[in-house]
Design a protein around this ligand. Structure first.
Ligand SMILES: [Ca+2]
Length: 156
């Protein structure tokens, strides 16, 4: 085998491995993520606060407009029930908000400045079976407040 051909084969193999990994990753994303799988990726400073919880989904964003990133997480408390809360990274330490019910499957956390005033609002959506729901939350002090939602009873 020529050197050039060897290199081509190597590039081709690497490409195949990459595609396989991508396929595995995207197919895994579609399915319900097994509990706890994301925990190790949670930023280190939040890790201790998350221990013991089966985290399904999390995201980092400044949620109280103090310039420090906070963590929002959806976690499983039983096979049928998920909850979520925010861990605020405050100057003097961490503070946890109250917990609120979270969607059962296909959870998506996103952030929107809905009222054009800080802090950023949190949009959470998801499903349970064929039922879809979403809700908008905001952190007020150390309270996670439900501003608006639709279909959350059916999907939480
Ligand atoms: Ca913050």
């Amino acid at each position: 085998m020529s050197r050039r051909r060897g290199r081509q084969t190597l590039v081709f193999s690497a490409l195949l491995v990459g595609l396989a990994a991508l396929y595995w990753y995207s197919s895994g994303k579609k399915a319900d993520v097994p509990p706890g799988i994301n925990r190790s990726e949670v930023p280190t400073r939040f890790a201790a606060r998350c221990s013991g919880r089966d985290i399904i989904k999390w995201a980092v964003q400044d949620l109280n407009n103090d310039g420090r990133e906070d963590l929002i997480m959806i976690y499983r408390i039983s096979p049928e029930k998920n909850m979520m809360r925010v861990i605020l990274d405050l100057e003097g330490g961490f503070s946890e908000t109250n917990e609120v019910p979270a969607p059962h499957s296909n959870q998506v956390i996103s952030f929107r400045d809905i009222d054009r005033k800080p802090p950023m609002e949190i949009v959470v959506q998801g499903t349970r079976g064929t039922k879809f729901g979403y809700a908008i939350f905001r952190v007020e002090g150390t309270e996670l407040t439900d501003l608006f939602g639709e279909g959350m009873e059916g999907c939480c």
